[in-house]
Design a protein around this ligand. Structure first.
Ligand code: NOJ
Length: 536
């Protein structure tokens, strides 16, 4: 049974801020660093521990900051380095942590490294990117496809070669086999770590190394029309190459030059491949993001299976983590509906491992429909009509009922959700039964409960729409019972003696209710109870 206090990134709750959409303070319709600083009291009240900021560096914004042209600066849209220093000082002053987004797989085409690299075949930076000759017929060197549509190779007239870009053509991939590239990015990491950042979320870390021989990817036999076009081939030679683990171990050594910092990897892979990213002897990423819930069919048995597989696959000593939403995926409240969004919240905050919340999910923000003329996301623009657009989950935070929802004083860069007049922080904070109140209670409960923070985890067999598990630490045993259906359900279990009392219901109306042998759940209700413990 785990009894240690854990490290801060094991104990803590992470909160992702998409800076463009959190708080605008200079009336340009786009959020900024001073806005994040202004909202720190809110994050403190919510109870989260660490803030991950999506990219804030100088960028032409072809992919909204994931195309960086200066790794060591702040884009004027977001503020200045002085604003950043003020933000980090205040974050730390409040006992919180700050995580930055490191985007090492690719730069902007406007990054000076690429400007040099493309200037001539013998430029010293030529080998910093992936340049190849055309095939004899002039076509791209391989069949590799861009995640954002079309070939991943862009022909460059200046030198007659193609360069590789896993995403937009404005985002050329760096050559991570080149030691000079590695050294340059490690220096970037040290630059920010010295400035006090508490770690990085590393963008597409499983993409860094590509096949040395540039072999064609095999066709995907499971592809069907309607899926994004890059899925026509399997990324056998373009992602998840074994040599990537050497690179991650090197990054980890940079992180470990500093005290108590964290390395988080963005990785979309099946669980059995994902867990390799903890690295040999756990000297890889501290937290390879576990995205299994992002695409989980919302049923008790499916989720039970996902949890069991993940818990089982974790290497010994590896710390788990869970994610319900991010800036690339549809909002959880729209995916599972508002009733089940509360169940999702209880699930996220009661599973074993570090939870990461996406801004606005705590107020049940919905996926916003974007009119065709207002689409900003380059993925949607390149591959229209398939529903891949990410603007709908990046809309401005809904703070209050003023015309721009307290986000700005001018019309925001993306439309507000139509319900922002009602569904906003001010209204929901005043309602003790709101989803925001539920999130606060869950976070508060998790933080004061050793069982939830680092206790053991055990699935309890359950039927139909019920998902049930137990978390245990030294002298407390909690039972979590979630009803993923809309019909009432009674929990009966031989394995559990249902004596104890309810700590929290997702409806926020059953505090202290005694359990004497049974537990009845309403439709869409989840309950955390303290129970008498018979087990070992
Ligand atoms: C993953 C990021 O989360 C996404 O927003 C971005 O478009 C791609 N990486 C490319 O950097």
């Amino acid at each position: 049974m785990a009894t240690h206090d854990g490290l801060w990134w094991q104990r803590g709750i992470f909160y992702q801020v998409y800076p463009r959409s959190f708080q605008d303070t200079n009336a340009d319709g786009v959020g900024d660093l001073n806005g994040v600083r202004q909202r720190l009291p809110y994050l403190g009240e919510l109870g989260v521990d660490a803030i991950w900021l999506s990219p804030i560096f100088p960028s032409p914004m072809a992919d909204f900051g994931y195309d960086i042209c200066d790794y060591k600066g702040i884009d004027p849209l977001f503020g200045t380095m002085a604003d950043f220093d003020a933000l980090i000082a205040e974050v730390h002053g409040r006992g919180l942590k700050l995580i930055l987004d490191l985007v090492p797989n690719h730069t902007s085409e406007q990054h000076p490294w690429f400007v040099e690299s493309r200037s001539s075949r013998d430029n010293p930076k030529r080998d910093w990117y992936l340049w190849r000759d055309p095939k004899p017929d002039g076509s791209p060197p391989t069949n590799w496809l861009s995640e954002f549509g079309g070939s991943a190779w862009q022909h460059d007239a200046t030198t007659g070669q193609y360069y590789y870009h896993a995403f937009l053509r404005e985002q050329p991939d760096l050559n991570w086999r080149n030691p000079a590239v590695r050294r340059a990015i490690y220096e970037v990491m040290r630059f920010w770590l010295r400035r006090g950042v508490d770690g990085f979320r590393v963008d597409v870390i499983w993409h860094l190394i590509k096949d040395r021989e540039f072999r064609d990817n095999p066709p995907n036999p499971g592809y069907s029309e309607g899926q994004p076009p890059h899925q026509r081939v399997l990324p056998l030679y373009t992602t998840d190459q074994s040599e990537v683990h050497e690179v991650i171990a090197e990054m980890r050594r940079v992180i470990d030059e500093f005290d108590q910092r964290v390395l988080i990897g963005e990785i979309y892979l099946p669980t059995e491949r994902l867990v390799a990213y903890y690295g040999k002897d756990l000297l890889g990423a501290h937290l390879p993001f576990n995205f299994t819930l992002l695409s989980a069919p919302w049923s008790a048995r499916e989720i039970e299976k996902i949890i069991a597989e993940y818990e089982q696959a974790l290497p010994s000593g590896a710390w788990p983590n869970w994610v319900l939403g991010n800036h690339d995926r549809p909002r959880i409240a729209s995916r599972v509906g508002m009733d089940q969004a509360r169940i999702a919240a209880m699930l996220l905050l009661s599973l074993r491992g570090t939870p990461t919340l996406y801004y606005g999910d705590e107020i049940g923000m919905q996926q916003v429909t974007i009119a065709p003329g207002e689409v900003r996301d380059p993925f949607e623009r390149n591959v229209p009509g398939l529903g891949v657009g990410r603007d709908g989950c990046r809309t401005p935070m809904q703070w209050d009922a003023t015309p721009s929802a307290g986000f700005s004083t001018v019309p925001p860069w993306l439309p507000l959700a139509p319900d922002s007049m009602h569904e906003n922080v001010r209204n929901l904070a005043a309602d003790p039964t709101s989803i925001l109140s539920l999130y606060k209670r869950l976070i508060e409960l998790r933080k004061r409960s050793p069982a939830l923070t680092w206790g053991s985890f055990e699935l309890i067999a359950a039927k139909h729409d019920l998902l049930v598990y137990r978390r245990r630490a030294a002298d407390s045993s909690l039972l979590i019972a979630l009803n993923l259906g809309s019909e009432p359900a009674a929990l009966a279990s031989d394995a559990i003696d249902l004596q104890g009392s309810i700590l929290l219901s997702t409806f926020l109306d059953r505090d202290h209710e005694a359990l004497s042998g049974s537990l009845d759940l309403r439709g869409n209700e989840g309950v955390i109870s303290e129970i008498a413990d018979r087990g070992g």
